[in-house]
Design a protein. Structure first.
Length: 316
C-alpha cells in the first residue's frame, strides 16, 4: 500500500513559513522528498503539517515539518497522499518551491529504483552521483518569461550531502553503493528490454522516473541535492528474469522502510553542528544572464522564493 515517512500530526497550519528573503543562518534544515514504500511512522518531534501555496501551482501535498535529533526536517510525499500522482503528473516545480519557502537549506530525495547493474541487487541502497534525463514534456525550469538563467549541472548532486547520506545508510545497516548513474525515464510504463539494454550501454546503473527534473530544479533553487535510491528489482535487461513485477517491487520497498527511517535519524546525527556554506547556495549569482531588473519586472511573483536572496540586491 502507498505509505509515507512521517505520521500525520495533529497540528495544521496554513501558509506559516519562514521569511526566506533574510540572510540564512548556519543551521541545517533538510527537506526530504519521499517516494513510495516508506511506512507512516512518528519520527518527528514537534511535528506540524503546513499547507504551502506555490507560485508554480499545487505541490504534491502538505509539508510535514519538525525535528529529528535537534535538526529540522521537512518532508513532502512526492506522489501525494495515497500515491495519487503518476511520475509525469507530479508538479516538481511546486514541490521544490514549497520546500524553499519553508526555509530548507538542502534536499534529500529517497526513491525506489530499478537496477541496471548485476552488483546492485534488490534491497541495496545506491547514492546516485550522475543523471541521464530521458523525461519528456515536464516543466524543467523556474526561469523564463523575461528572466533567463543557465545553472551549471555537470555534477547534479551535492557531494557533501551525498557522502553524509551514504554514511547514514551504512549506519542503518543497508548495503550501500557509493556512486551510480541514474537514468530518468518518463514512465509510467517500465522499459522495454531493448531500452534496458541501451541504457546499460550508455553507462546507466540504475533507473527511475522521478529524479528529473527534480534535481535540475533544486539546483536552480540553490538547494544542494542528494539522491539515495533503494533498489527494488533488476530491470528487464536480465534475460533470465521475468518482466518487472510491481508486487515484488512493493515487497522490497516495505522491507527497506525501517532502514530508510533509520537513514533519516542517522543523517541528523552525522550533520556538523553548523552548516558550512556550499557553492550551490549562490549558484544564481553567475547563472542569470538577463538584466537583473527583469527579476523585479517579471519574476517577483514567481521567483520570490527561488531567487529571493537576489531581490535584496536590486534597486527599489
Amino acid at each position: 500500500m502507498p505509505v509515507s515517512l512521517f505520521r500525520h500530526p495533529e497540528v495544521r497550519l496554513e501558509n506559516t513559513v519562514p521569511d526566506t528573503t533574510t540572510k540564512p543562518d548556519a543551521r541545517w534544515h533538510i527537506g526530504v522528498i519521499g517516494g513510495s514504500g516508506l511506512y507512516e511512522h512518528g519520527v518527528l518531534e514537534e511535528a506540524q503539517e503546513i499547507r504551502v501555496a506555490s507560485a508554480f501551482g499545487e505541490p504534491s501535498g502538505p509539508i510535514t515539518t519538525g525535528y529529528v535529533g535537534g535538526v529540522r526536517f521537512s518532508f513532502i510525499a512526492r506522489h501525494g497522499t495515497g500515491h495519487r500522482l503518476a511520475p509525469s503528473e507530479i508538479n516538481y516545480r511546486a514541490n521544490i518551491d514549497a520546500l524553499k519557502r519553508c526555509g530548507v537549506t538542502d534536499v534529500l530525495a529517497i526513491s525506489a529504483i530499478g537496477s541496471l547493474a548485476e552488483e546492485m541487487a534488490p534491497g541495496d541502497f545506491v547514492v546516485v552521483d550522475q543523471l541521464i534525463d530521458r523525461t519528456l514534456g515536464r516543466e524543467r525550469s523556474f526561469f523564463g518569461e523575461g528572466v533567463v538563467a543557465h545553472v551549471p549541472l555537470a555534477d547534479p548532486v551535492c557531494p557533501r550531502l551525498s557522502q553524509l547520506a551514504g554514511a547514514a545508510a551504512d549506519k542503518a545497516g543497508a548495503r550501500v553503493h557509493t556512486g551510480g548513474t541514474y537514468v530518468a525515464i518518463e514512465g509510467p510504463q517500465f522499459s522495454t528490454r531493448a531500452e534496458s539494454h541501451m541504457y546499460r550501454q550508455w553507462g546507466g546503473q540504475v533507473i527511475g522516473m522521478t529524479a528529473m527534473p527534480e534535481a535540475r530544479l533544486a539546483r536552480e533553487a540553490e538547494l544542494p541535492y542528494a539522491l539515495v535510491g533503494m533498489v527494488t528489482d533488476y530491470d528487464c535487461w536480465r534475460e533470465s528474469n521475468a518482466d518487472v513485477d510491481i508486487a515484488e517491487i512493493l515487497k522490497v520497498m516495505h522491507a527497506n522502510a525501517d532502514k530508510a527511517r533509520a537513514l533519516i535519524a542517522g543523517l541528523a546525527g552525522l550533520l556538523p553542528e553548523t552548516r558550512p556554506a556550499s557553492p550551490i547556495d549562490t549558484v544564481l549569482d553567475t547563472a542569470i544572464v538577463s538584466a537583473r531588473e527583469n527579476l523585479r519586472k517579471s519574476g517577483a511573483a514567481r521567483l520570490d522564493a527561488v531567487a529571493g536572496r537576489l531581490f535584496q540586491t536590486l534597486p527599489d
